[in-house]
Ligand binder design. Structure first.
Ligand SMILES: Cc1ncc(COP(=O)(O)O)c(C=O)c1O
Length: 382
């Protein structure tokens, strides 16, 4: 049985990593943002990635950063010698106003991933359980497991959507946190906001609810019903957002969570207070609420996604009904072959394991990239 890990032990193991401890595949598996499938484990152990590849493996935005963001980053360089205390406070206030809460409800991080890790640590340290549907973005649960929690998973429904009813009934007495993701990664599927809202209201009576909204801005503005509106009424709720997806700032690293100050106090203990850089803050400030850029990304993404879905429909390949920049479908041939033959043709995707099957997770690139991808994919599976 795993021994509980104390806060001190956690800092010690972090130190061991930075001091150059050997990174084994098992460790990579636990530390990587996405779960590594068996096909990927074999593929990466045998191959070296060379040359430029079309990256359809990380749900990035091929159109970002916006021109406004790039300009702001260049201007911010002059502040590169200064800790961003004031700038961080300023962005915190801007985000708080946008979300309709007090600044004390906002915690910024170097990507929402950093905050998912911190939350996993904070709620996993005392053992117990964390719960999510699966497949979903596993980072928080991976960190909670590293601490000493058990990760309970419920399957998606037959349409590959989060099943919030099943999730609610899977909460146990020692469930410390339940993770929801709407829209979900790796499927891009969306559950009606009323269903998610009722879930947040009911589940939060029993445990802490984490609502990940990394992809919410891919929905049309009228459909973007965030759970942030519940946060002041429900102290047991965290909502997270990122600048990595619709704003195309994945490499600059900035995201935030919205929650009651007591919850933020617990989470913030496990991170730095000023982790976002001057450049990331400047880009985020210039990007926030840039409706033109978001609209452009949404529209181009929808056209490019249709290239892929049209192909899958034509081939009669079942797939998730994505409304974002990623989708999932069962691998028509074995995952290792798909990964290596696609790489030879210049494309990177992910293969996930789920229900004893292999699944292709494909991020949406530009229209030209998706046209070239379906051609290459068709040859690979022929
Ligand atoms: C659902 C979800 N949440 C959070 C993240 C983390 O993104 P970032 O750390 O870039 O904000 C990702 C990244 O792919 C994601 O898919």
């Amino acid at each position: 049985m795993k021994q509980p890990i104390s806060r001190r032990d956690w800092f010690k193991s972090t130190l061991a990593l930075t001091a150059g401890m050997t990174i084994t595949p098992a460790l990579v598996n636990t530390l990587m943002a996405g779960p590594i499938s068996e096909a990927e484990r074999v593929f990466f152990s045998e191959r070296k990635l060379v040359g430029t590849k079309v990256r359809l493996n990380s749900n990035e935005n091929p159109y970002g950063p916006s021109e406004k963001a790039k300009k702001a980053v260049i201007q911010s360089l002059i502040q590169g010698n200064r800790y961003a205390f004031a700038e961080l406070g300023e962005l915190q206030k801007i985000i708080a106003d946008k979300e309709g809460v007090d600044s004390s409800y906002i915690l910024l991080g170097a990507g929402s991933g950093e905050l998912l890790c911190q939350t996993g640590i904070a709620y996993g340290l005392d053992g117990g359980r964390v719960l999510s549907a699966y497949p979903t973005f596993p980072l928080l649960m991976n960190y909670a497991e590293q601490m000493n929690a058990k990760w309970d998973r419920v399957d998606l429904n037959e349409k590959l959507e989060f099943d919030y009813e099943k999730l609610l009934s899977a909460i146990q007495k020692d469930t410390k946190l339940v993770f929801g993701c709407n829209p979900n990664n790796p499927t891009g599927t969306v559950v009606d906001s009323q269903v998610v809202k009722s879930f947040c209201e009911e589940a939060s009576k029993k445990t802490l609810v984490y609502a990940d909204e990394a992809y919410i801005e891919f929905l049309e503005p009228a459909q973007q019903k965030s759970m942030v509106e519940l946060v002041q009424r429900i102290p047991n709720l965290i909502v997270s957002k990122t600048f990595s997806k619709i704003y195309g700032l994945a490499g600059l690293r900035i995201g935030y969570i919205v929650a009651h100050p007591d919850v933020l106090k617990k989470v913030s203990k496990y991170g730095d207070t000023i982790s976002p850089s001057q450049t990331a803050i400047a880009a985020a400030k210039a990007s926030l609420g840039d409706e033109d850029f978001m609209k452009m990304t949404r529209e181009k993404n929808a056209i490019a996604r249709k290239v892929l879905t049209d192909y899958l429909i034509q081939k009669k390949i079942f797939h998730s009904k994505s409304q974002t920049n990623v989708l999932l479908f069962p691998a028509p041939v074995d995952g290792k072959t798909i990964l290596s033959k696609l790489e030879d043709k210049g494309f990177l995707i992910r293969v996930w394991d789920y229900k004893q099957k292999e699944w292709c997770r494909v991020s949406i690139g530009t229209v030209d990239e998706m046209k070239a991808f379906v051609k290459a994919f068709d040859e690979v599976i022929a």
